[in-house]
Ligand binder design. Structure first.
Ligand code: CTP
Length: 400
């Protein structure tokens, strides 16, 4: 089988050096990559580097190698075009269909999925001109990953960093796997919760659970690859932030409720994949609880936590919003699932069987997705990503 053909467009920003790592990941995983840097990108990383790492000649202008007509060929033959970093200037050119160099020509001739990974200063990213260009590109079906938050080129920090190359690679892999399928979540905002809440007893102890957060992260990544703007509310996962996803870190169930309610008002879908503790200790000891000789420990009194899923299901932040819950069951999986779906009032409930060696922390999952409309969608044992894709299939179907 032919290797998938990827065009890696590099525009002129300091983050261009990170695209070398993306290129390496793509080639090492069996992709045939043509690098198309802009002339200004070559100020940051030279043509020799791109050519050595990709094994192909590198040109920036349409009139180089004219006998091959590369400006038409490169785009036409690509299975994926990824532009990383995409500067504000590149996004503007792409949004307006300018074609003054090889990369912008390639973008116009490409009929395959296109991914942009922007990187720039926060002010440039937030400027209405850039935001409108991004919205235009997304409306046309391009996947524009949100920049990461953190240290920028100088001493300043903020939103605008190029996401980790490994994470951009994951987006590319998922977009390629979807082939010609439209990014069907483009223009949608989805909120996903992940991980397990921790309810503190004292400064060093908490009541927690064994959720790894991997299923929630798989949901966030797949939604981003399908074009959605994603807010991931993560509780105690220790996992790397997925590219293009706004991550909000929380600790407890009460903090998670606050973060979900804050993000939900403009969300088209909310997926509660987190394991939220049903109870928390009634009292929090400001100092570490010490053992006392000859005395039994004080009992821990628990109180109920708010049920976030039930609350957002009952009180939809916007009409037509789809709410998805997860249920981990050990016995009578399906009948408990149906009862829980009705009790929580959500549209879909992903029910999976858990046990000592099942699901927690593993890379795979097996589940049945129950619909409030009586539907039942079994998802065979497989990667958490596959389950995530099925969830988004069912969500997009319901969003219409
Ligand atoms: N959930 C929530 N808030 C809570 C507890 C759970 O939003 N306080 C959500 C979880 O994110 C998950 C779903 O509800 O999507 C199912 O949680 P689960 O704990 O399995 O359901 P419970 O109602 O607690 O039922 P059980 O009696 O089995 O514990």
């Amino acid at each position: 089988m032919d290797k998938p053909k990827v065009v890696l467009g590099v525009s002129g920003g300091i983050a261009a050096y990170k695209a070398c790592e993306l290129l390496r990941r793509l080639t090492e995983s069996g992709h045939d990559v043509r690098v198309v840097p802009t002339a200004s990108a070559l100020n940051f990383v030279g043509a020799a580097t791109w050519s050595a790492l990709s094994g192909h000649p590198v040109s920036t202008e349409v009139w180089s190698d004219v006998h091959e007509v590369p400006h038409v060929r490169i785009g036409q033959h690509a299975d994926l075009v990824v532009v990383a970093p995409a500067t504000a200037d590149m996004l503007a050119k792409a949004a307006h269909g300018l074609a003054d160099d090889l990369l912008t020509n390639t973008l116009l001739t490409a009929r395959c999925p296109v991914v942009f990974a922007p990187a720039m200063h926060t002010e440039m990213w937030e400027h209405p001109a850039t935001q409108e260009n991004v919205a235009t590109l997304r409306r046309r079906g391009a996947v524009v990953v949100e920049p990461a938050v953190g240290r920028l080129t100088g001493v300043d920090t903020g939103k605008g960093r190029l996401p980790d190359p490994g994470e951009i690679f994951e987006v590319c892999r998922r977009v390629l796997a979807r082939g010609a399928a439209e990014p069907d979540l483009a223009g949608r905002h989805v909120v996903v919760s992940a991980g397990g809440t921790r309810e503190p007893l004292d400064p060093v102890r908490f009541l927690g659970n064994r959720s790894s957060g991997k299923q929630g992260y798989a949901l966030a990544r797949t939604a981003a690859a399908r074009g959605a703007r994603v807010t991931l509310i993560a509780a105690n996962t220790g996992l790397a932030d997925p590219a293009g996803v706004d991550v909000v870190q929380v600790g407890t169930a009460v903090q998670m409720r606050e973060a979900v309610l804050k993000a939900a008002p403009d969300a088209d879908a909310v997926v509660m994949a987190a394991a939220v503790a049903d109870f928390r200790p009634q009292a929090y000891a400001a100092g570490k609880i010490k053992k006392k000789d000859g005395q039994e420990p004080e009992p821990i009194i628990l109180v109920r936590n708010p049920d976030i899923l039930a609350e957002i299901s009952a009180d939809r932040a916007r009409p037509g919003q789809i709410v998805v819950g997860f249920a981990a069951e050990t016995d009578d999986v399906l009948s408990n699932g149906r009862t829980k779906l009705a009790r929580k009032g959500c549209d879909l409930l992903v029910v999976n069987e858990v046990g000592e060696r099942k699901t927690f922390g593993s890379e795979e999952n097996e589940a049945v997705v129950l619909g409030a409309d009586g539907s039942e969608t079994p998802v065979p044992h497989g990667p958490k990503e596959a389950l995530a894709e099925t969830v988004w299939d069912l969500v997009t179907h319901r969003l219409g």
